[in-house]
Design a protein around this ligand. Structure first.
Ligand SMILES: Cc1ncc(COP(=O)(O)O)c(CN[C@H](C(=O)O)[C@H](C)O)c1O
Length: 339
């Protein structure tokens, strides 16, 4: 099977497994796990933040960010297609008790004017707007890169209104590699940021939430409240450290493979690629095939290819470390022969 369902599929590399085996560990609830301390300090530095916290997933990182920034009854502004709204099971309402105020983005980019209009004024009838959430790359726009110049426009609106910005940067490294920029070019326009170690970077588990020191102390307590007090977690941290320090540059290969895949699939008379393939995600429209996406996914599985539905007529393919250029070429040849 050529598994293009997601970059979450990546399995730990040999180097990661060795690092896990040799990891020096301690009880992280008492702050005594040297490997996770090293990971958190390194991540904070790379992200240009005062402190960082290892979390078990991107979802947990986003949810702890909302719980730490907000109070029950607050309103947060996000893109209607953001992962936090679309894929996190309503957790911001279930746990943090906050109200999402969604605005539609253009290719993952919120309009600064619409953002400003969505911010509540001080009125007894209104909830307070206490957080703005961005996503970069933008998953449902097909891994769209939000350039720092656009992030600055949103940051300027938020700063003027004294509202923090949380960036869901699950694939922020993909944006940084696509634009050949350091992460701090993006994170300078955020208060807090979550990045995934377990997606394109290949770690088996985990994300990092980074931000101001005081914020991270509060976030650590929220993680504990959620049962996230981790013990000898250096075992996971060791793999995360390899991901963070050795697996970033190779994301360019995933981007190249995504472009080869997109160019190939687009040649099929009944398929059209609908996103500008800037990173590791390809979205195709299958309307002309007359098939619904679930049926098309089954047809792909019959020919040894795994992908995910992204709507009734849309399919997503995601390239990653465990899919080679040969796999991509094989995928193109097989799909081109699909009737
Ligand atoms: C932008 C963004 N932010 C957060 C997350 C959550 O990360 P995890 O909770 O899966 O570690 C994801 C995962 N995305 C997964 C995928 O793309 O296959 C699924 C949809 O949850 C994400 O794409």
């Amino acid at each position: 099977m050529i598994d293009l369902r997601s970059d979450t599929i990546t399995k730990p590399t040999k180097e990661m497994r060795e690092a896990m085996f040799l990891a020096e560990v301690g009880d992280d609830v008492y702050g005594e796990d040297p490997t996770i301390i090293k990971l958190e300090e390194t991540a904070a530095k790379i992200l240009g933040k005062e402190a960082a916290l290892f979390v078990t997933s991107g979802t947990q990182g986003n949810q702890i960010a909302v719980l730490t920034h907000c109070r029950q009854g607050d309103e947060i502004i996000l893109d209607e297609d953001s992962h936090i709204v679309f894929y996190e099971g309503g957790a911001i309402s279930a746990f943090a008790g906050v109200q999402p105020r969604t605005i539609k983005s253009e290719n993952g980019m919120l309009d600064p004017k619409k953002l400003e209009e969505a911010i509540r004024t001080n009125d007894i009838h209104f909830p307070d707007t206490t957080l703005i959430c961005l996503e970069n790359t933008h998953n449902r726009s097909g891994g769209a890169v939000i350039p720092p110049s656009h992030m600055k426009k949103l940051f300027d609106v938020a700063t003027e209104k004294k509202i923090p910005i949380h960036l869901d940067g699950a694939r922020l490294f993909n944006s940084a590699v696509a634009l050949n920029l350091p992460l701090t070019e993006f994170t300078q326009y955020t208060t807090t940021v979550q990045i995934c170690l377990s997606k394109g970077l290949g770690a088996p588990v985990g994300s990092i939430l980074a931000g101001p020191k005081e914020f991270i102390e509060k976030a650590r307590k929220w993680r504990k409240r959620l049962g996230g007090g981790l013990r000898q977690v250096g075992i996971l941290g060791a793999a995360g450290f390899v991901a963070l320090t050795e697996m970033v540059d190779r994301l360019a290969i995933d981007h190249e493979n995504a472009k080869i895949l997109a160019d190939g699939l687009d040649k099929h008379p009944l398929i059209s690629v609908i996103n500008k393939v800037e990173t590791n995600i390809v979205l195709i429209d299958i309307t002309k095939t007359g098939k619904r996406s679930d049926k098309f996914i089954e047809a792909l599985k019959q020919i040894g290819i795994l992908a995910v539905p992204f709507g009734p007529k849309t399919i997503r393919f995601t390239t990653h470390y465990d899919v080679s250029k040969e796999n991509i070429k094989e995928t193109v040849n097989k799909v081109l022969n699909l009737k």
